[in-house]
Ligand binder design. Structure first.
Ligand code: FAD
Length: 499
């Protein structure tokens, strides 16, 4: 089914070649399944948002027999993770890669029969198997081994602030504020510095290329800049992937669900639907009002639904677009106003020939990293995937799509047939990428963001304890919030179905 989301750019037609909407398994049609008395009753729980946080929460709740209503602004499931199906090829428009270190995600893949259905970005033996480095002193090609060794050496110097690759400062990354090895003061002290501060500390140990690789890898990971991203963020990321840069690719950018992320999201939704979930898509929520222990949720179309508990999964950047009565705490409002740093762009291109082995970094640049990402539409062309960090004011893919083509060609001479992307920054239901924090943010605001607001539980990958900014973090948040609701509104028979 055709979703409202995503864009195709056909470079042959100048800026007139831009078209909205892509097909995906994620579209829910009909958009509503909701009883006539939905506005009169008091629901046990209303879940807002059908991203992975909301899907896991809604599925777990109906499995436990809870009367649950799911409200979503878009026409599809998956939120910031969805796959477009274009002439038989799958393009991941947001969240993409999976890994065995993402235990909750792998458990869901197992549950829905997808654990063995994995494909790889950067196929072994693919064409153009080298790394283009263009970091200020002209473009040249490195072997993949040379590029990896250069990156690992530089990254180790960057991370190794404690002589133990971050182990002493971030011994338990899921519990960065509450572990017994380091005091909160020590974590606060390290959280004061930005990635750029840390790069400046070690700059004399790095070559110009190595320094540029770190200055571009940080935005590649966080969608911000080295200057606006907190160093603790990278320490946590390194800890989560096992305190070594060697595992970066396999934990972050290698394995994908063959059938696409929307297939998994859809299976979770269909499971919940089968168990009695009621839902309404294309229904943006506007306000939450709590009175007499119940919360009334009002949508843009004026529908008002009441529940004992609400699980609100709106992303951090979207929270200012909804109203709360009583108002959010001052500290949470401050956190929302500051927001996070991720203003990334991700684009796919279909290019002629075999560029499956290609990788590269251009910095400074409008697109920072590129990966060959398998054949598309048979074996005549390759899908390549590219990322920019904070590109606000530099490259707006909706206004200047032709610039994407110029930026892509800096990695390698290539004939570009089509470009596909989702502009997450102008999308009113994301307004940013997944959250990475600036210096000082985690220690000051994370606890507050995770706390509940009366009977509204706040759950989103943007403030997960573990793999924040990943699908895994969304699943963590959805499962925890559903557990709280089950505890508080009482566990009923597992097979109770909503009437
Ligand atoms: P969301 O997916 O944002 O869900 C929130 C839902 O709320 C959305 O469906 C939204 O439409 C809905 N909503 C918003 N406003 C309203 C409203 N007013 N009323 C009703 N509904 C509303 N993660 C990985 O693990 N691996 C990756 O490779 C990876 N790559 C990524 C690449 C990109 C470009 C992006 C954008 C993200 C990537 N991520 C990746 C991160 C991952 O996609 C997210 O962490 C995860 O999808 C967030 O899920 P969520 O449910 O917490 O939030």
């Amino acid at each position: 089914k055709l979703s409202h989301d995503g864009h195709t750019y056909n470079p042959g037609k100048g800026s007139a070649g831009l078209h909205p909407g892509l097909k995906t398994y994620g579209v829910i049609d009909p958009a509503e399944k909701i009883g006539a008395a939905a506005e009169e009753k008091v629901w046990e729980c209303i879940v807002i948002g059908a991203g992975y946080t909301g899907l896991i929460a809604a599925r777990d709740l109906v499995k436990a027999g809870k009367q649950t209503l799911l409200l979503e602004a878009r026409d599809r499931v998956g939120g910031r993770t969805w796959s477009a199906e274009i002439e038989g090829t799958t393009f991941e428009m947001g969240g993409t890669w999976v890994s065995h270190v993402h235990g909750r995600l792998f458990a869901e893949m197992q549950r829905y029969g997808l654990k063995d259905s994995v494909s790889m970005t950067r196929t072994e033996g693919g064409g153009a198997a080298y790394f283009t480095i263009d970091t200020g002193s002209g473009s040249r090609r490195l072997s993949l081994k040379e590029a990896s060794e250069m990156t690992f050496r530089a990254w180790r110097i960057f991370i190794n602030v404690d002589g133990q690759d971050g182990r002493s400062l971030c011994p338990l990354p899921y519990s960065s504020l509450g572990n017994s090895r380091v005091s909160r003061e020590e974590v606060e002290a390290i959280d004061k510095i930005s990635c750029q501060d840390r790069i400046d500390q070690v700059a004399d140990q790095l070559t110009a290329d190595e320094k540029a690789l770190i200055e571009s890898l940080v935005p590649h990971c966080t969608g911000g800049t080295a200057a606006n991203t907190g160093f603790l963020e990278m320490l946590r990321a390194q800890a989560l992937q096992g305190y070594t840069p060697e595992t970066f690719e396999e934990c972050w950018t290698l394995y994908k669900i063959k059938e696409g992320q929307s297939t998994l999201a859809r299976k979770i939704f269909d499971d919940a639907d089968r168990l009695g979930l009621q839902y309404a898509f294309k229904q943006p929520v506007r306000s939450f009002v709590e009175k007499d222990d119940n919360v009334t949720v009002t949508t843009a179309s004026g529908m008002a639904y009441k529940a004992k508990r609400v699980i609100n999964t709106l992303p951090l950047a979207v929270l200012p677009t909804v109203q709360f009565d009583p108002p959010l705490s001052k500290l949470r409002q401050e956190a929302i106003q500051i927001g996070h740093v991720n203003h990334l762009t991700k684009v796919h291109a279909e290019v002629t020939g075999d560029l499956r082995g290609l990788r590269g970094c251009t910095f400074p640049g409008e697109l920072l990293y590129v990966y060959g990402d398998g054949f598309c539409h048979g074996d005549e062309s390759t899908r390549i995937t590219s990322f920019a960090g904070d590109n606000r004011g530099v490259l707006n893919p909706l206004q200047q799509p032709e610039k994407l083509v110029t930026a892509l060609k800096r990695f390698h001479p290539m004939e570009i047939k089509k470009v596909y992307f989702h502009d997450w920054l102008s999308d009113p239901y994301s307004l940013a990428g997944p959250a990475w924090y600036s210096a000082g943010y985690l220690t000051k605001y994370l606890d507050e963001l995770q706390s509940r607001h009366g009977n509204v539980l706040m759950a989103n990958s943007d403030w997960a304890s573990g793999w924040r900014a990943f699908i895994e973090g969304a699943m963590e948040q959805g499962a925890l919030a559903a557990d709280i609701v089950m505890e508080e509104v009482g566990i009923q028979g597992a097979n109770a179905v909503v009437s």
